[in-house]
Design a protein around this ligand. Structure first.
Ligand SMILES: [Fe+2]
Length: 390
């Protein structure tokens, strides 16, 4: 096995992943096929007012269902909100959850589906890998950004405010039933959200490619993602209604999500979480801020892993040493981030330099991600990276 394909892999996906402009209109039909009579649409306050949501709920009514709305998802949702949602969903008699939104809404729905069906379970006890004992209510994921990959991933991340931490619940029972990836929903997304979520997708691709948990299918998907994201993300930021760039970016986000669904992410995500947990920096922005500094550290450990990434970024690596190709890949990522206008310094988020020490302690607790980094991360190394990023 090892000789033929490298490392073996376990590819868990929703039973249906449909990618097509306009496909979100099939949500009601897909909910009906999952046996839903009272689907609950899970979203945040701004999407709750959107035409897209109204259309989806109308579609459900037309099929004779009684759709309900739970519009209280917050960015980087705190874990306590899950219990409120689960109780509300039970009161509403919800039998299927349809998430419409970015990573926060989709992650939220994946976990709320479990807690609504099994009220006795404790979310904190399910943090880590494969600790979700059973599948929850059926779920349909409809991303409205192109970055999180949550529609296909097996992980959901929440804030634990008392500990100032973000933690992930990962496992096969968290994978959604259906993912409807409709690039049209991302048209008109504001530049800052497009940039941060788009760079998050690039980080998913790069981290899954170089991570210790990688495998050949992850790597193929990751490079496919980089090939789409690198030439299209800036166009999405500049021209929010550019249909072909938006479709390419949605495809890049989806394939990057498939890639890290198998391998997991690594040091960038581990070090981004304390930025979110303590300083409320949104996930995409936190990852983009850490990308450069963690990758500079990783380049020293495994430059050869970055050569295919450089090629996927459009760099001609012929005649280049692995070190040169790797630093060209990183330069191209940094340039893309700058072109998209993302922040790359912790001070730009109002984070004090002295925070490096306790953020390093918090990042080290993300053991699932820290131990997946290709170059070993010690607490001292993590603290030093934070200081460089300041
Ligand atoms: Fe991410």
């Amino acid at each position: 096995m090892e000789n033929i394909i490298g490392r073996p892999f376990n590819f868990r996906m929703p039973r249906e992943v449909i990618f097509e402009a306009g496909i979100s209109s099939l949500a009601a039909q897909k909910a009906a096929a999952l046996g839903a009579k009272r689907p609950v649409f899970i979203t945040g306050r701004s999407m709750a007012k959107s035409e897209a949501l109204a259309r989806l709920m109308d579609g459900a009514k037309k099929l004779g269902m009684k759709p309900e709305l739970w519009p209280e998802v917050e960015p980087e949702p705190p874990v306590a909100l899950l219990y409120k949602a689960a109780a509300d969903i039970r009161t509403l008699g919800g039998d299927c959850l349809v998430a419409l939104g970015g990573g926060s809404s989709m992650d939220f729905a994946k976990m709320a589906a479990v807690l609504a069906k099994f009220p006795e379970l404790d979310a904190a006890a399910m943090v880590g890998s494969e600790k979700v004992p059973a599948r929850g209510l059926p779920t349909i994921m409809i991303p409205t950004t192109a970055g999180s990959g949550s529609e296909v991933s097996a992980v959901a991340v929440f804030s634990f405010p008392e500990e100032k931490m973000k933690k992930g619940v990962a496992g096969g029972n968290m994978v959604a039933d259906v993912a409807l990836v409709d690039p049209e929903l991302t048209h008109g997304l504001p530049p800052a959200i497009t940039a941060a979520s788009g760079m998050d997708a690039l980080v998913h691709a790069v981290e899954s490619y170089i991570s210790l948990g990688t495998n050949p299918l992850t790597q193929d998907l990751a490079l496919a993602a980089v090939r789409k994201i690198a030439p299209n993300l800036a166009a999405c930021v500049r021209e929010p209604d550019n249909a072909s760039a938006r479709a390419a970016q949605s495809y890049g986000s989806l394939t990057a999500g498939m890639a890290f669904a198998m391998s997991g992410t690594a040091g960038v995500h581990a070090m981004a979480y304390p930025l979110g947990g303590e300083f409320h920096v949104p996930h995409g922005e936190a990852n983009t801020a850490m990308l450069r500094w963690v990758m500079e550290y990783n380049l020293d450990g495994c430059p050869e892993k970055f050569v295919p990434i450089a090629e996927a970024m459009g760099i001609n690596t012929a005649g280049m040493s692995a070190e040169r190709a790797a630093s060209a890949a990183l330069d191209a990522m940094i340039a893309l981030g700058e072109e998209c206008g993302v922040k790359t310094r912790l001070r730009d988020f109002g984070i004090p330099r002295e925070a490096a020490a306790h953020m390093a302690k918090a990042a080290m607790k993300e053991t699932r991600l820290i131990s997946n980094n290709p170059r070993k991360l010690t607490e001292d190394a993590v603290k030093e990276i934070y200081e460089r990023a300041w």
